[in-house]
Design a binder for this molecule. Structure first.
Ligand SMILES: [Fe+2]
Ligand SMILES: [Fe+2]
Length: 214
């Protein structure tokens, strides 16, 4: 087994980031929840436009999740946590691909801000991993809670016949709940009040508001 130098790691991470933003990244064996699901009535133009914006937000959310998990995996101290982070990152890649595919079907486009959100999240993840595993796991839980909140908002905005989008978002929501639970079971600490109530919701707002348009 070869030991990776800092430069190896940096190059590996740059490679990974380019794949997340521009190509298909490694995924799990799980099927797309939209397979075989069809709208019960066709989407009109306004609905397509609105849903493609929601999918763009979700896609960027998954780009950020990649950055976060990769950053944490790089600096996590406990081996079991690093492995867990890598599995979660692969599941987030499923989400990334599902939302990417759906975005294409709807004729939408990905956010131009994706590289910015990837590297911003990567940096935060790497710092959280450095500060200590219990905080980085607590951070996962808090991040997932924010994602669940905006997924719920999106689910509520979907027209009742948008069954394809419903299937994708529901499955993502279930996965994010699982990621949050696993992080706490692995020893995650509850983040300080200000981080939970101010900082994290603010970061989530910035991401969801900007990528609705850009
Ligand atoms: Fe996700
Ligand atoms: Fe997740």
């Amino acid at each position: 087994m070869r030991n990776f130098s800092l430069l190896d790691n940096i190059l590996n991470e740059i490679d990974q980031s380019l794949r997340v933003v521009h190509a298909t990244a490694p995924t799990t064996e799980r099927p797309n929840p939209a397979n075989g699901v069809q709208e019960s009535a066709p989407l009109n133009e306004d609905e397509r436009d609105m849903i493609s914006r929601l999918m763009r937000i979700n896609h960027t959310g998954e780009v950020s999740a990649q950055g976060l998990y990769r950053g944490q995996a790089l600096t996590a101290k406990r081996e079991d946590i690093r492995v867990q982070m890598e599995r979660a990152a692969m599941e987030e890649n499923d989400h990334l691909n599902w939302t990417d595919k759906r975005l294409q079907e709807l004729g939408g486009r990905k956010s131009l801000l994706n590289p910015l959100f990837y590297w911003g999240s990567f940096t935060i993840g790497a710092i959280a991993g450095k500060v200590g595993d219990k905080w980085s796991l607590g951070f996962v839980k808090e991040t997932e809670d924010q994602v669940i909140k905006h997924l719920e908002e999106h689910i509520n905005q979907l027209p009742a016949h948008a069954l394809t989008d419903m299937a994708i978002l529901q499955k993502m929501k279930a996965d994010e709940m699982h990621h949050g639970d696993v992080a706490m079971q692995a020893g995650g600490a509850k983040l300080p009040f200000l981080a939970r109530k101010l900082l994290m919701p603010l970061m989530s707002k910035v991401m969801t508001k900007s990528t609705y348009y850009v």
